[in-house]
Design a protein around this ligand. Structure first.
Ligand SMILES: [Zn+2]
Length: 335
């Protein structure tokens, strides 16, 4: 069994905080009182089934969804009223409404069941529930480094991460590039179809070029990938099995993925590191989720489980920074 042994996961959202798929609007700007009739249909985000008897509340008015899941609600207010959709057996969807946004609001609410597991969701995307969700809001570009790298200096923070590396003349093995492209081809599964077909380029650095960690010579929003043969970085930790994603310490830096020579041959490990760049994490308790791409999975295949796909799909239907159980961050609106 091989896996990513060192999880030096210092990732941040690639392009900063934004609210995905939601309206803007300034909550502090004065605005006139208006009346808007909102309507839509409430569904189960996992099964797609309509949800009857859900309570939709906008500001101080509320309505109950009918047997076909539909509701209609006339709202007279100024500003950005609160929104919630609550139903027995579901997590309450909480957001806010833009009075000038779409009049159609179709809440897809998260069931307490049907395969959704809040503990797993929090483990994957919210540091076991201690933070808001983190994910890129724009699909990253990927850059494959075609020459091998040799680490010349390890970090002293206990992770033995590579702080400084040098480009050597050898080309990366074909299997590494194949695995990267195969892993990226699975992004639709990891993001519910939100992020597919990212731009993939290759870069051939000059031999002997020295590159420092977090100075990856790429633009923000680019994730580069490098390969390390036997040598300081590989040998320091074990035997080429190491791999990690090292993204910038802030949203203003690009990301980088490193693979030791043995890890690079393993499609599951390559896909695992790529999943980090999509917001997938693995804080403590990794052994509890053996089937997950971020868990204690076995060799072979991509390592993506049905649960990974389900929870990743929900992540990508929510804005960056959403909170448990299903609360949008301040400033986000549902329409
Ligand atoms: Zn990892």
């Amino acid at each position: 069994m091989r896996r990513c042994r060192k999880a030096v996961m210092i990732y941040a959202v690639l392009l900063g905080v934004a609210c995905g798929g939601c309206g803007g609007g300034s909550p502090t700007a004065p605005s006139a009182t208006t009346t808007t009739t909102f309507s839509g249909i409430v569904t189960n985000i996992v099964t797609g089934a309509v949800v009857a008897g859900a309570t939709i509340t906008i500001g101080t008015v509320l309505a109950t969804s009918a047997s076909d899941g539909t509701y209609s609600l006339a709202v007279t207010t100024a500003g950005t009223p609160s929104f919630s959709a609550a139903a027995p057996g579901y997590y309450t969807r909480e957001s806010a409404v833009s009075m000038s946004g779409s009049k159609t609001i179709n809440p897809e609410i998260i069931p307490q069941g049907d395969g959704f597991n809040l503990e797993f969701f929090n483990w994957l995307f919210r540091e076991n529930g201690t933070k808001g969700t983190e994910r890129p809001v724009v699909i990253p570009n990927y850059e494959i480094w075609t020459r091998q790298m040799q680490c010349t200096e390890l970090s002293t923070d206990g992770y033995d991460a590579c702080k400084r590396m040098i480009v050597i003349a050898d080309s990366i093995p074909a299997i590494y590039e194949e695995n990267i492209r195969s892993g990226i081809a699975q992004f639709g599964r990891l993001t519910g179809g939100a992020f597919t077909n990212p731009t993939i380029t290759t870069k051939t650095h000059p031999v002997d070029l020295v590159i420092s960690r977090n100075d990856w010579l790429t633009a923000n929003g680019t994730v580069s990938l490098s390969y390390f043969p036997a040598g300081l970085w590989s040998d320091a930790n074990s035997d080429g099995n190491n791999a990690y994603m090292s993204m910038g310490l802030s949203s203003t830096q690009p990301g980088h993925i490193l693979h030791g020579w043995r890890a690079a041959e393993d499609l599951g490990i390559v896909t695992h590191e790529l999943a980090h760049s999509l917001g997938y994490g693995h804080p403590s308790g990794r052994e509890k989720w053996p089937d997950s791409i971020m868990g204690d999975y076995q060799d072979g295949g991509y390592g993506i489980s049905a649960a990974d796909e389900l929870h990743g799909r929900i992540l990508y239907k929510r804005p960056y920074g959403s909170l448990t159980p299903d609360r949008d961050p301040a400033g986000a609106t549902i329409n």
